[in-house]
Design a protein around this ligand. Structure first.
Ligand SMILES: Cc1ncc(COP(=O)(O)O)c(C=O)c1O
Length: 388
């Protein structure tokens, strides 16, 4: 290992390390049970049975029924399916969303608006980026039903949580449909979908120690939409294409592991986040925290988005952190390692000359790691060379 830098991985909102137990669960479906689930013979039947078992597991852990879970290639596809389905099948001519949604939602809604399929409306946010529920209610009462409301549960850049029950009840009262991008909260917060007034949610396996390229869409049984990916009868006609059997087994196993001891993971990760926050405040005068990410409640416990005072190495900071062994990001994964502006930070802090660095944690992150990362960041800012 000589010469190899030990890495401190603080970019878990971008992706998480697959749990070895998830990998073990997947391997038999690559080595032995590699059948096509649509085949009628033994290989196919084994694969089909496995997928349906996985669906039952996911549905059980989310408090819903297997008929409401559709496996996808991840969060982006699930978001696209829900939003396009609501506009094209359910007749939603108006979409209410927020300017700090993930691009999987924002770009989809913008494209639909650009094509004239729906009109886009942005709900107001408060100064920390939290949804203004009164403005949402006002928009809903002005627009003709049915309206699609798409608001994420936990913001991947600044951590802000949105109240699913409050929004869902409001939307129901106005005869609309509610989609929530729950990619950052599935596997991190308990979800009881039978008792949550939501029509669509999205999950991505790689955000909770599962495989990349896997995920699912929940569609409430009161709602029927057309498929987004056409061309086969898979997923009960909702998503054409041969299923990623090993990936589906992996996502179900990952969710099972994430939901076991969820409260203990929550407490551990929150303590790590608060330790980093305190360490950064001690070491870096003038540091602030973006959105609600500095809060112990009302925010993802997995995300701390630091706002650094202007500094001479700003342009190179993420790269310098990486060279010193700390993996963090500038905003979302798309801006990691580059200075492409974050649409979330630009919306919340227009014209700001401060730099955002997002640290995000998982159940494997340790206190020692975050304290070392704080030393390294502080050292870089004052021109010292500190390496892991
Ligand atoms: C909030 C949110 N939505 C959607 C996605 C997209 O998920 P996937 O990478 O599985 O397509 C991400 C991933 O970064 C995310 O954080």
């Amino acid at each position: 290992m000589s010469g190899q830098l030990t890495r401190i991985f603080l970019d878990n909102a971008a992706t998480t390390q697959p749990d070895p137990r998830v990998v073990d669960e997947m391997i038999p479906y690559l080595r032995e049970q590699w059948g096509n689930p649509s085949s009628l013979h033994g290989y196919g039947r084994e694969a089909r049975v496995a997928i349906e078992r996985a669906r039952k597991t996911v549905a059980g852990l989310l408090g819903t029924s297997p008929a409401e879970i559709f496996f996808t290639s991840g969060g982006t596809e699930a978001d696209n399916t829900a939003i396009c389905g609501a506009v094209r099948t359910l007749g939603c001519k108006h979409i209410i969303t927020s300017p700090i949604e993930h691009h999987a939602v924002l770009h989809t809604a913008e494209i639909l608006a650009h094509r004239g399929e729906a009109q886009l409306h942005f709900v107001r946010l408060d100064e920390d980026g939290y949804v203004d529920y009164e403005h949402l209610a006002a928009l809903l009462s002005q627009l003709p039903a049915p309206v699609l409301v798409s608001l994420m549960h936990g913001n991947n850049e600044v951590g802000n949580l949105t109240d699913l029950h409050l929004v869902g009840n409001l939307v129901r009262r106005h005869g609309g449909y509610f989609h929530s991008d729950t990619v950052q909260t599935v596997g991190h917060f308990p979800l009881d979908l039978k008792n949550t007034p939501v029509d669509f949610i999205a999950g991505a396996g790689h955000k909770f120690h599962g495989p990349k390229g896997t995920g699912f869409l929940y569609v409430n049984s009161r709602v029927k939409i057309d498929p987004f990916v056409c061309g086969g009868a898979q997923e009960r006609n909702m998503r054409g294409g041969t299923e990623n059997v090993a990936g589906i087994m992996g996502v179900a196993k990952a969710l099972e592991l994430a939901c076991t001891d969820m409260e203990a993971h929550h407490q551990h990760i929150l303590s790590v986040k608060l330790a980093l926050k305190e360490a950064l405040e001690e070491r870096i005068p003038g540091i602030r925290f973006n959105g609600g990410s500095g809060r112990a409640e009302g925010s993802l416990y997995t995300v701390l988005s630091a706002s650094l005072p202007p500094n001479p190495i700003s342009e190179m900071l993420l790269l310098r952190l990486d060279m010193a062994g700390v993996c963090a990001s500038g905003g979302s994964a798309c801006s990691s390692g580059s200075q492409v502006g974050s649409h979330v930070l630009n919306t919340l802090y227009p014209g700001s000359d401060r730099q955002g660095v997002r640290f995000s944690f998982s159940r494997t992150t340790t206190q020692a790691e975050v304290l070392q990362a704080a030393d390294i960041l502080a050292g870089l800012l004052v021109g010292e060379k500190v390496a892991v």
